[in-house]
Design a protein around this ligand. Structure first.
Ligand code: TMP
Length: 237
């Protein structure tokens, strides 16, 4: 599949058109940002790792009945995906308190929840991706009530599948962010990526952070952490 015009450049990926209007090529960058783009840097090797990891995880989800945008991995950094119209909601599932949850509610990081939580943010950089109630999302026509129900049930199912998989790798899935899109027929599929950029992954034994928090919080060792997660994934998938 040949790359044609660039359609869009995001903070971590570029998206290209192809000869087929229903297919796009995503190209993963090593660029890393945090705090809505205020902090900028590079995590060398990240693009290739996130490309591979996201594809392997999406294929596993697909096998478990979760529809995704994944079509085929083209090379180290590039993947062919179905063209979707992105639902402008960021969906965050949490198993353990961390990050903005801990800050907002004054709870220590590491507190395990009795059941997973779900929250939505309005995907809008200009507004800083504000947290959003379900009824606000439907009021603004960002998604229909039926679409929100579908997104919620896919998100909790994805959590069950990924949590169990990462546990086999000695990794605790603390929280993660998902994005969904609509295909031409209106059906909802998982889109964007699943990677250490979009998940909090802690070493189950030591509690060491193996994700983008190493970059966000200037902990150092982000490259090694991404490589470690990738190694564990490939030996367990
Ligand atoms: P938070 O605790 O900062 O709200 O993040 C929750 C999860 O969502 C965490 O795994 C990181 C991920 N995330 C993204 O993928 N993109 C973002 O822009 C933000 C803020 C968080």
């Amino acid at each position: 599949m040949i790359k044609k015009d660039q359609l869009y450049e995001g903070k971590a990926k570029k998206v290209f058109q192809t000869a087929n209007p229903e297919l796009l090529i995503v190209s993963y960058k090593d660029d890393a940002t945090a705090f809505n783009g205020l902090k900028k840097g590079t995590i060398s090797g990240k693009g290739a790792i996130n490309n591979r990891m996201s594809n392997l995880l999406m294929q596993r989800l697909q096998e478990s009945g979760i529809p995704t945008h994944f079509v085929a991995e083209l090379n180290a950094r590039e993947t062919l995906v179905k063209r979707v119209s992105i639902v402008p909601l960021e969906v965050v599932i949490r198993n353990i308190a961390a990050g903005s949850f801990s800050k907002r509610y004054g709870v220590e990081e590491g507190r395990i929840f009795p059941t997973p939580t779900i929250e939505f943010s309005y995907k809008n950089d200009a507004l800083g991706d504000p947290l959003m109630a379900e009824s606000h999302a439907t009021a603004l026509n960002l998604a229909t009530p039926a679409e929100i129900e579908c997104i919620k049930s896919y998100s909790f199912a994805i959590n069950d599948i990924l949590k169990a998989f990462w546990l086999k790798c000695g990794i605790t899935l603390v929280d993660f962010k998902l994005e969904f899109g609509r295909l031409a027929d209106g059906s909802i599929v998982l889109a964007d990526e699943i990677s250490p950029d979009t998940c909090r992954l802690w070493d189950t034994k030591t509690g060491e952070k193996l994700d983008k928090d190493r970059f966000r919080r200037d902990l150092g060792g982000a490259e090694d952490a991404y490589a470690e997660v990738m190694n564990r994934l490939t030996s367990h998938i």
